[in-house]
Design a protein around this ligand. Sequence first.
Ligand code: ADP
Length: 709
Amino acid sequence: MTKNKERKAKTVSPSKAKMKMPHKSTASPKTDTSDLPLQIPPEELAHLLLNSSGEGIYGIDTKGDAIFVNAACARILGFASEDELMGKHMHNLIHHTRPDGSPYPAEECQIYQALREKKGTHVDDEVLFRADGTSFPAEYWSYPMIRDGELVGAVITLIDITDRLQMHEDMIAARKQAESANKAKSAFLANMSHELRTPMNAIIGYSEMLAEDAEDEGLDDMLQDLNKITAAGRHLLSLINDVLDLSKIEAGKMDLHLETFSLIEMLDEVSSTAASLLEKNDNKLVCSVSEDVGEMHADMTKIRQILFNLISNAAKFTKDGTITLQGSRELRNGLEWIRFVVSDTGIGIPDDKIDLIFKEFSQADETTTRDFGGTGLGLALTRRFCEMMGGTISVESEPGVGSRFFVEVPAVVEKKLENLEKEAVIEERSAHTEALDEASAGSAAATFKGKANDFAKTMVLVIDDEADARDLLRRHLESEGYAVVTARDGHEGLAVAASLRPSLITLDAMMPRMDGWATLRQLKANPELKHIPVVMVSIVGDKTMSYALGAVEALQKPVNRKRLDAVVARYAQSPVKTALVVEDDPAARSIVKRYLESANWHVEEAQNGAVAADKASTRSFGLILLDLMMPVMDGFEFLQQLRQGNGPSAKSPVVVVTAKDLSAEDRERLLQSVEHVVSKSGRDIEEVITDVRKSLTTIGVETTSDGNA
Ligand code: ADP
């Protein structure tokens, strides 16, 4: 700033502005500057800097009038030259109005704040006005000029941020667009997962069943063809699943289901499942794991899948060789890690291909696709699974010698993100599918009527909207000796469950009207039904969600029959059946009730025939213990109504427990409509109970006290 403030420069006059320059020639006299390539006098340097800057720069005095202006400033503000701005009150000229159009008084101007408070300001949400009256969004910095402790003015630097804001808006718009595209993709995939997997389940399920029939009947040729259909179906389904899993991971929708499990047991299971893969190329599998490897807390299904993928690759690319599966525990940086190694003596992987194999859709050698099949997705998924659990996967390989894959996962995996969000529920189902289902479903009532008297068998309720899926499960479970009832949606399922009290329910997740998750919630919220074990059977196989809502197990379609059998056998083992005790004497009722409960029955009571008839008209009892002489309605009348009616208990077994002295004729007549008659006249209650027990065994409905049927 000049000493003489009045002498305002007509043009840019940095020399008069006396700006502080970085390389002042007032350097220490001892400093030898002769080796600097070029010495620029400070005034010239100031001039150069001002005029070379792309940013608008102007200086004002304490009144707010321009005392210097650079070329960029005039250009940005739309003035023909810097001269047009010199001496002007800059606030009034270019800064008079706020972005919302309201007047901007100079006293409030942030630039003048720099003057008032002697400190710099930075603003990027205001507008500046050009010579032609138009405005533009600007970012500016103001910096106070102080000489000898006195404030003498301020320097303002400004830029036009129109392009930047536009870019920002474009970016937001692009992000929104990408997000909605991603949502559309997820919805599309959720649809695809249902629409693609459903027919595959039917293909695999029916071909398996036909294969079993063909085997029973010794139709070997047909059996081979059917096995090919099953194998091709399974292959196609696994590809579909891989693609869907990958996109689920990408969409951040893949959950970890963490549990603590024994490594030896898990590795044993993996080796025995993999056994079938080894026969084809005459390989043998050696599993080596130290006894003290202990437990791991991780997503067991994903660990199994990782190892299974590696073993199946090893089996595919090795002939007549050995595949080794190792598991060990290691301590590193104070953290316990589980290290799995899958090695083979197969064809190996060339050096230049080794980095590619963990990428989606890449194979070491395209000819391998021809020779060995595959999609190049297995290792990509395997890698993603490892990473989800905080682990790594790597490989060492030598062509012609073999490969070794190393998987390292923390012994205790921590969940980063619990994502219970369920997959988008498919609401729009094709009219075609609906129509087909309607036609083939048959009503649940019709289905259970014929079966309800299957007392000796454990009853399983299958809830699924797909007729084929219901049919497959029903046929399989029946062949395993279960009594099966079906329902085609949640509403129907709840009604059937309430009246028949099955020992176990298999429940599909995606169904129209009321989906499986809502059904599961309602089942578990109902005190009468919540004890019934529910197995989710869905194409998603979402364990986290299933367990969280109270299912005992989640199986993925197409259902692995052996697993289904194991699960049903395990959870349907103690069928909780309901007995109705019809007796007017509260003490006798309570003793019988206690006995039955100790034998694992759920018990309902009725103090006379009328109350009993009412209860029996709405639900099926596994057993009715009936006194004959009661007020309001006696046992005979109740029996007559029960057997002549069409209610769900019309065929329930009845054991009469009576103090009445029955003639041989009465007894004979009674036995036409009841299973057993126990006399209680002149006997103590222990004896009566022993008799009741015997009669239950005789008619095949007894449940032992440890709960086993
Ligand atoms: P694919 O379904 O094609 O097998 P993967 O992702 O599982 O897909 O494997 C990718 C490629 O890595 C394979 O196509 C093969 O070229 C190579 N590869 C994987 N495992 C082995 C192995 N054990 N030995 C030799 N090559 C392997």
